[in-house]
Design a protein around this ligand. Structure first.
Ligand code: ZN
Length: 246
């Protein structure tokens, strides 16, 4: 069974469509939250996701912000402006969908936890270093945990001996069964606003039977998204950052 794991689409329909075209057929979709915020196409992205009918659909902090479920004081001015604009744009159906999902889901049968930010703080914490990852292994009990929020693809492995490893080479497929008892925290990277210096959309594919994950990067029509951001009157920096993948 092939599962696509996507996160942080951020209302970027060009990036989402490029990822779907690149991915080809799949059996299931797990989406880790932040369908909207920053980007110019919130309704189109939510409607496309509804069409795809994900097995898991999580809420992110930007989804909450657009719905007025978070205090916007915690956002920087550009993110706040985008959240307010997004809130005005959302159709009743898209708003209802975003309002119906939670930031953390556990799939007992597959032994997988899915969370937007971190198992410890599902809406807020950024897992950007091994130390934070290490602390978070105590906060979930499944073998696998997928998280988003940082927009940076990553794998942290906790081996049975308690040793933590960070795998940095994401260009080759990773087997998740090479050491019995190991557990993993895995981030597919961001679809709509990558932040690791590579502007291409990021996602991963999980082969559940083979216990193998493969990271992918996909070029998309960044200039189109940028034009729409500017035409919508959103902050120019939100357009500029797409060019350099931050
Ligand atoms: Zn995000």
């Amino acid at each position: 069974m092939i599962i696509l794991v996507l996160s942080d689409i951020h209302a970027n329909i060009e990036a989402l469509e490029a990822v779907l075209a690149h991915a080809g057929p799949f059996d299931r979709l797990w989406f880790l939250g932040d369908a909207v915020g920053y980007g110019p196409d919130p309704n189109a992205c939510v409607e496309r996701l509804i069409e795809l009918d994900p097995e898991v659909w999580l809420a992110g902090n930007h989804d909450y912000a657009a719905l007025g479920k978070l205090d916007l004081e915690s956002f920087n001015p550009e993110a706040r402006q985008a959240a307010e604009w997004t809130g005005d744009q959302l159709s009743p159906a898209c708003r209802a969908q975003l309002d119906s999902v939670e930031p953390l889901v556990r799939l007992a049968e597959q032994d997988v936890t899915l969370v937007h930010a971190s198992p410890r703080r599902p809406i807020w914490e950024y897992i950007l270093d091994a130390g934070t990852a290490f602390e978070n292994f105590e906060h979930f009990s499944t073998a696998l945990c997928f998280f988003g929020h940082t927009h940076v693809p990553a794998i942290y492995e906790e081996a049975v001996d308690g040793v933590l490893r960070t795998r940095v080479d994401l260009d080759v497929p990773h087997a998740l069964a090479d050491a019995e008892g190991s557990r993993w925290l895995i981030n597919p990277g961001g679809v709509g606003q990558p932040r690791d210096g590579d502007p291409r959309a990021s996602y991963l594919r999980l082969d559940l039977e083979r216990r193998q994950i493969t990271f992918h990067r996909v070029a998309y029509a960044i200039a189109t998204t940028q034009r729409k951001i500017l035409a919508a009157g959103l902050p120019a920096r939100l357009a500029a950052r797409l060019d350099y993948g931050w």
